[in-house]
Design a protein around this ligand. Structure first.
Ligand code: HEM
Length: 516
């Protein structure tokens, strides 16, 4: 006879035992399901996770460089790491990444992945507006950074840089990461924010920008509005900056002729108008101008000062390269005279390659991100094909890609000539060198940055000898924008001498040394 319900052995087991058992079975099924779904996306990328649920986040906590190294070693150029509720797919190398750079904003969107910037940049600009409005706002950036405007910025870079190093003594000890950050904020203030800020309210604005900067913590990426002291200070600083800039903008607009004479980004923004099809062709509001000034400052400030620092550190570490750069300065002086002009700065291929090589080895933006809105196919260098599903966060990495030996020969060594015509390693495939990103959203300030960094190093190469007092620094991956760890440099002032051929009295010619 079948046992009565109450006699079934299962029902006689006390609930304190079977509840945990049921929970365990449910949990185990969820884990198995999760492992299966992670792997069965049709032709999807391999999943680099390890322990289900926590593996991805544990790997992330080791730092992105370590994570990419592990994933690349195991799976190659394309793999997915599940982190909390997100799936991050890495495309490492130029074979797998073209779509990342070329796709439209509707297919590969920046909004979701960069919207943590909204409390800093402000409402109504860049990552807080629809794609069409953003396209227009980026047109204003492009207008303000085109060659004709850059020509106006160069004398301001030169003036600020000469004044800054003019205050250095005959010898001293500095850390580039600090001093060059100070200098870049001066040049950026003058050329981007304008004369009023630089001349009348520099220390006030710098203090507010500092609070804004300090309000951007790694936690801000996930929770930008978390009520922590750093975010509170950020919000107060943002509000004060709005008030200050609004006054400056109003004064500029009250005197359009004076505004038109000013050589700064603010002047361009004060004159800019949306196209009639977008926002009815109106001019930018004070809030939009403020937000765009902050956005451009954030895009160009740390990135430029960090790249200036690595450029100098590498030149000092490699005396042959330093010598070649000094020799180029002599040549430029012979051709263009002593004044640093747009043309003179454009005639420095050696220094240009040194900067590019420093940026290859240590790009300050180590991860570039997009949200995939429409699935797409990628191919790797060895012919594997994967479908990247809609909904994934997609990442590329200048820092990781630039060290791949099939893209750059001896990738860990400092060889500026890899960018010279004879080697042209960056030209072998599109999107090989991505220090400035590339494609649709490639850096709009790269020419501005090169001019700024070349101005700094022209002045330094012409006036100082330098020596590293500490071991060559590492990259400090704890910062959002990655720069060098501390490193002291000893500088000694020396005028640059160059041999000049002359024709003397009675046609006697010879050479003599000249000081600069
Ligand atoms: C060495 C210095 C610099 C580096 C390494 C750098 C790097 C980059 C990178 C990697 C991107 C692409 C971001 C992405 O695809 O998600 C970017 C975009 C951008 N950069 Fe730079 N940047 C530098 C200097 C500057 C400067 C000085 C300015 C302005 C004065 C600037 C303005 C911009 C703007 C407006 C964008 C956005 C372009 C777009 O989304 O269409 N950058 N930069």
């Amino acid at each position: 006879m079948a046992p009565l319900l109450g006699e079934d052995p299962l029902y006689s087991v006390p609930s304190s035992i079977w509840w945990p058992a049921v929970t365990l079975v449910v949990l185990a099924s969820v884990v198995v399901l999760r492992v299966i779904t992670n792997h069965i996306t049709l032709n999807g990328p391999p999943v680099f996770e390890g322990l289900p649920f926590v593996g991805g986040i544990l790997k992330f906590l080791q730092g992105p460089m370590q994570l990419m190294k592990g994933g690349y070693q195991k799976y190659g150029e394309v793999f997915t790491v599940p982190v909390l509720h997100k799936k991050i797919t890495f495309l490492l190398g130029p074979h797998a990444s073209p779509h990342f750079y070329k796709a439209s904003d509707d297919d590969m969107s920046q909004t979701e992945v960069y919207e943590f910037n909204v409390p800093t940049f402000g409402k109504g600009v860049v990552f807080d507006v629809d794609h069409k409005t953003r396209g227009e706002q980026f047109r204003f950036f492009a207008e303000a950074l085109k060659s004709a405007r850059l020509k106006l910025y160069v004398p301001l870079f030169v003036q600020e840089t000469q004044d800054f190093f003019g205050k250095w003594g005959d010898s001293g000890i500095v850390d580039f990461k600090d001093v060059l950050a100070d200098l870049i904020i001066l040049t950026a203030s003058r050329t981007l924010l304008g004369r009023e800020v630089r001349e009348n309210m520099f220390s006030q604005v710098t203090a507010l920008l500092h609070d804004l900067d300090e309000g951007m913590k790694p936690i801000s990426v996930l929770f930008p509005y978390l009520p922590i002291p750093a975010h509170n200070r950020r919000d107060r600083a943002r509000a004060e900056l709005s008030e200050l800039f609004a006054k400056v903008i109003r004064a500029r607009r009250a005197d359009p002729e004076r505004n038109a004479r000013e050589a700064d980004l603010l002047a361009s923004f004060c004159q800019a108008r949306y196209s009639p099809a977008i926002n009815g062709g109106r001019e930018l509001t004070e809030g939009e101008i403020t937000g765009m000034l902050i956005a451009v400052l954030f895009a160009g400030q740390h990135t430029s000062s960090i790249t200036s620092s690595w450029t100098g550190l590498y030149m000092i570490k490699h005396p042959d390269v330093w010598k070649e750069a000094v020799e180029e300065q002599r040549q430029v002086i012979r051709t263009h005279g002593e004044k640093l002009t747009l043309e003179a700065l454009g005639d420095m291929p050696v220094l240009q390659r040194i900067i590019t090589e420093a940026l290859r080895l240590f790009p300050p933006l180590i991860l570039l991100l997009r949200q995939c809105k429409r699935s797409f196919l990628v191919s790797t260098s060895n012919g594997h094909k994967y479908t990247i599903p809609k909904g994934h966060v997609v990442a590329t990495s200048p820092a990781f890609q630039h060290r791949l030996p099939h893209i750059f020969e001896r990738p860990d060594s400092f060889e500026p000539d890899r960018f010279a015509d004879a080697r042209a390693e960056d030209k072998a495939m599109p999107f090989s060198f991505i220090g400035f990103g590339g494609g649709r959203h490639g850096c709009m300030g790269s020419n501005f940055a090169y001019l700024q960094i070349k101005t700094i190093w022209s002045v330094l190469l012409r006036n100082f000898e330098m020596e590293l007092l500490d071991p060559f620094p590492q990259a400090d991956y704890s910062s959002m924008v990655v720069g060098p760890t501390a490193c002291r440099v000893q500088y000694t002032r020396r005028p640059l001498r160059h041999r000049q051929t002359y024709i003397g009295a009675h046609g006697i010619s010879g050479t003599r040394e000249r000081d600069y």
